[in-house]
Design a binder for this molecule. Sequence first.
Ligand code: F6P
Length: 320
Amino acid sequence: MESIAIMTSGGDAAGMNPAVKCAVEYSRKKGYKPFLIRDGLRGLIDGKISEATRADVSGILHRGGTVLRSSRSERFFQYEHRKTAYENLQKLGINKIIVIGGDGSFRALNQFYEDFNIPFAGIPATIDNDIPGTDYCLGVDTALNVIRESVDSIRDTATSFSRAFVIETMGRHCGYLAITSALSSGAEILIAPELEHDLDSIRERLIEDCAAGRDHIIAIVAEGTNMGEKLTSWITTNLKMDARLTVLGHVQRGGSPTVRDRIMAYKFAVAAVDSLDAGNTNQIIVFNDGNFGCTPINEVADATYTLAPELLKLSAHLAK
Ligand code: F6P
């Protein structure tokens, strides 16, 4: 009987737990012996690997974060530590890995494959939605819903107090969360790395708007622009409105996965097991135009993400 080990790696994202659960249950159904690697790449080196029990994956579906825990391991860059990791797998007879994480984790596992010929399948999971080659990464819908709820709450106080609020969303260098959230929460201002902004025309637009009766403002700023504080004081000075900055931070990474993230997790996990079962060696599972597929790691590793042009078109006016 062949064995598959399942791990989560890099920043945690809602949807990782249902993906682990499904990967365990589906691989078992297909005749594999499933194992779990705890603590991500660090645990792979330290031998935190055990056969998955039914108890390991029961009662985890609705939980945020990752019950397997995660890490960002510098040691994995060194061959000697990767060799230790390989020996850990050898001892247990594990010859395939499913890694749920971001492109850094995929690159690490690809190096491991090149060193020791251990095939892997990668399931994209990051709230940033910045992995090239896939329209969707696990955790994004949950993060967007956390942001929506936060912005709706902040708008309650903004309207009650005639204030401006600048809300910073996560996303590292990617503006997907900011742009989608600005659209879905009806923000008046949006600053994201992918959109050119023009403060002069934002001033003109909002002065006119306020003269016509607008008494509060919501601005969404992507963390990658580093504009949160600057925009907050700019609003106070230029729009003569009391302004506050709210940095949403890690609250966006947590929370029970939404229905979409649970179902996507199941579909990604089935596709990952099927990909390994079909003999693929170093593929990332991708979701594009409603379909799941596999793409070689090199196409992900060498590419840069781009946002859908229609998203940029829909939101560009908020940056001007
Ligand atoms: O990649 C996910 C993410 O939450 C980014 O949006 C953010 O920039 C980063 O991780 C924060 O990293 P850390 O949790 O290590 O502070």
